[in-house]
Write a protein that binds this ligand. Structure first.
Ligand code: PHE
Length: 347
């Protein structure tokens, strides 16, 4: 019997050492110490022992039981600690791991160039103003000398809101000349950037919505020389001292005389071709049109209550997209509006 008890103890302690979860431990406790357990079975046989042997074996059995209980307690503490340890390790937050960086965006390339242009003009004393995109035909056309029946008033070119064609999406920023001269009297120096809308198919240099920057200077003795001087100086600031510009005569109903200003194509450097093919950026012209300009028509001044005998002025309207394309060497206008991050991230 003594050997039996020793064997039970040895097996019990080994089994307890091998147990690794609270459930396994619980199972062992029932198996080793429960009513149907081995130890209980041995104890039940005590009755068959001689009166001398009984207390000795009883003591031994109790000692075995105490050893098993002590081991059980020891393993329970160890396993619980291990479980807690594992849980802590699994759920721990390592505050030293670098987080997901939130990338800071930047201005759209168009806004970068607009900002640059505005700063140059503000430095020259221009006042930057804003105006409505939904405009009256009287401001967009009539008071700019663009009579009824003029092709630019055609419904195939202009987005109208009303059946009588009185309200429209402005097709140019030039109505800001009228709005500004209604409110301000010479000497005046205005810059009005904004969106304009025309029924154009989108291609490498056209979009139904684009941006213009209108400029207007009115004072005594303003001449075409002032116009050319100002525009050349500004373009050299934007595109660099060695950039090439040219003026061509043109016609606008609201300026007289009128001209257009071109910049040498940044893609083909004026040759009109790119690797044996017609340059796709300037369509083989070698030049890119940047703006329309001219001396403010006397009728337009008079329309705004300014005496054309005393005052004269120049006005210009430049295409911001064209300016940005040249400034940032962008070859296709559509890239500016596509919002493709691969494009935008380059600036
Ligand atoms: N508004 C004209 C256009 O859109 C440009 C322009 C502005 C011309 C001012 C002369 C003076 O083409």
């Amino acid at each position: 019997m003594k050997q039996q008890l020793e064997a039970i103890k040895l097996r019990a302690l080994q089994a307890l050492d091998a147990a690794e979860t609270p459930a396994a431990l619980d199972e062992l406790r029932v198996k080793l110490l429960g009513k149907k357990g081995e130890l209980t079975a041995v104890l039940k046989m005590m009755g068959k022992l001689s009166p001398e042997e009984r207390p000795v074996m009883g003591q031994l059995a109790n000692a075995v039981r105490a050893d098993i209980e002590a081991k059980l307690e020891e393993r329970k503490t160890a396993i619980n600690a291990a479980v807690l340890e594992a849980k802590l390790a699994a759920e721990s937050i390592d505050v030293t791991i670098p987080g997901d960086a939130v990338e800071l965006g930047h201005q759209h390339p168009m806004n970068m160039v607009l900002q640059e242009i505005k700063e140059i003009f503000v430095g020259l004393g221009y006042q930057v103003v804003d105006g409505p995109e939904v405009e009256l035909a009287s401001y967009n056309f009539t008071r700019l000398n663009i009579e009824e029946g003029h092709p630019s008033r055609d419904r195939s070119d202009t987005f109208y809101f009303t059946d009588d064609d009185a309200v429209l999406l402005r097709t140019q920023t030039s109505p800001m000349q009228i709005r500004y001269m209604e409110e301000h009297k010479p000497p005046l120096c205005m810059l009005a950037p904004g969106r304009v809308f025309r029924k154009d198919e989108a291609d490498a240099t056209h979009s139904p919505m684009f941006h213009q920057i209108e400029g207007l200077v009115v004072d005594e003795h303003i001449t075409m020389g002032d116009l050319k001087g100002a525009l050349v100086a500004i373009m050299k600031k934007i595109y660099g001292e060695d950039s090439q510009m040219r003026f061509r005569p043109h016609h606008f109903p609201f300026t007289e005389p009128s001209c257009e200003m071109d910049m040498q194509c940044h893609k083909c450097h004026g040759t009109g071709e790119q690797g044996g093919k017609v340059c796709s950026t300037c369509h083989g012209e070698g030049w890119i049109e940047l703006l329309g300009a001219g001396m403010v028509h006397p009728d337009v001044l008079a329309n705004c209550g300014i005496d054309p005998e005393k005052y004269s002025g120049f006005a210009f309207g430049m295409g911001l997209e064209r300016m940005a394309m040249g400034r940032l060497k962008i070859n296709d206008l559509r890239l500016i509006f596509d919002n493709d991050m691969r494009f935008l991230n380059q600036f």
